[in-house]
Design a protein around this ligand. Sequence first.
Ligand code: GLC
Length: 560
Amino acid sequence: MSPLRDPLWYKDAVFYELHVKAFFDSNADGVGDFPGLTAKLDYLQWLGINCIWLLPFYPSPFKDDGYDISDYRNIHSGFGTVQDFRTFLDEAHRRDIRVIVDLIVNHTSDQHAWFQEARLSPLSPKRQYYVWSDTDQRYRKARIIFIDTEKSNWTWDPEAKAYYWHRFFSHQPDLNYDNPEVRQAMLDVMSYWLDLGLDGFRCDAVPYLFEREGTNCENLPETHAYLRELRHRIDDRYQGRILLAEANQWPSDVRAYFADGDEFHMAFHFPLMPRMYMAVRSEDRRPITDIFTHTPAIPDPCQWCLFLRNHDELTLEMCTSEERDYMYYAYAADPLMRRNIGIARRLAPLMENDRRKIELMNSLLFTLPGSPIIYYGDEIGMGDNVHLGDRNGVRTPMQWTSDRNAGFSKADPTQVYLPVITDPVFSYQATNVENQVQPPHSLLNWMRRLITIRKQSPLLGRGTIDFLRPRNEKVLVHLREFQGEAMLLVHNLAGSAQPVELDLRRFRGAVPIEQFGLTRFPQISDHPYQLSLSPYGYYWFRLSQLEDPRAQYGIEDTAI
Ligand code: GLC
């Protein structure tokens, strides 16, 4: 039986985030499509990922890359038909790859028929689908999220002759969840896609569903109550499917989205993400260990979702102002790299294309507690383009080959939805899948190995975590344990070689086996366990309790 038949499959899964428009263009119109994505499923299967998170593909004016939906029950015509989507889904499932998609509950596009009707008249049956006001002074405690473009969460609609409420772009009016019809409509949308066979949703912007005067309009009890209704629908009719929360909040507030195990199955760990970058830049493990002291335990069936990069800016909302300044100083010296409260760059450029740092960051991603998400292209070390507007710099076409348009499309290059990366370091001629498939030590093959080892180690998805506190604070050491098995993970966050001494007496007699080379390290005794790490080096040790290591390895034991 495939391990993915397990209802807790998401705890062991490696996720892969992509936009259909960016992956592969099958009909040479310059935009990726579902037949193209289907054609590339063999690649994803070869890579070893278990679940695709598909960014929005619904009809949309695409003023927010599809997060502005104009029709919840269809496919944007440029990406193919509903039949193409079904074929893609079947083909993914045939390869044991699951698919989750974005469910955008908080708002629609202003082009959605609901809004068009709503604005016509106060008597329109759809008027109450949105949040209207005669003044722009209500809910003043709610912050503005897109500070680069928006001055207020209210926008005057000359047609409606009223202000409407929006937490994101002004072309994205918020739905009114006080209206039972809206609540029902979104449940129906959810069922529509689940009936097609989808494996769940990444639920967009969930903290903002309800508004209440005097609050910051985030994480309200009413919002949680409705989200539990969505979950109830899943448990009732669609077992084995999942809900993943996008709630960019502090861990104590995100904790509430797991409720008693009856709200979300998963939630992104937003505050951890920038702290991995801080730790490697400051060569200090404390940003990571500190955030875990503030991370509450979650119910057993729940799981954190970890990421290094995604389609948005690297958000610094969950940072103090000092931390934010530090991150800008460290990773976005050029103001062109900044967007809203964050940094619009990809992993490889953030790591100055240093292979050792890219590996280190991925190693953290794959060993800290949660399920990892890879952002398309990061497995080959794709670059970005800070000159493109909004967050487009990290949304350029996937680089498959060194051919025209990086092998992404046969269209005329001027027709491609965004230019491929051509800068000297990250140019598609050098950085592409084809160049990395054969060489055994390419980043791509290393990522593939990382995924394989992760899949062989259920304790990385399910186990407990304990941080060891060796004196050398440049080294992060954590222990993962599950059902009597243990792994010891050691990361050198510094750009220089580092020694570390560990108290491993609890594992006296065990033999650490390094998982990338299956190399056997000296047996653990009562003495401090000494390791040396190369710059940005890391070890994944399985602590195996061999009965009598000498018997198995003979003379090699003394040769170490
Ligand atoms: C989420 C998405 C982001 C989008 C916003 C508004 O934060 O990740 O891309 O712009 O919601 O829908």
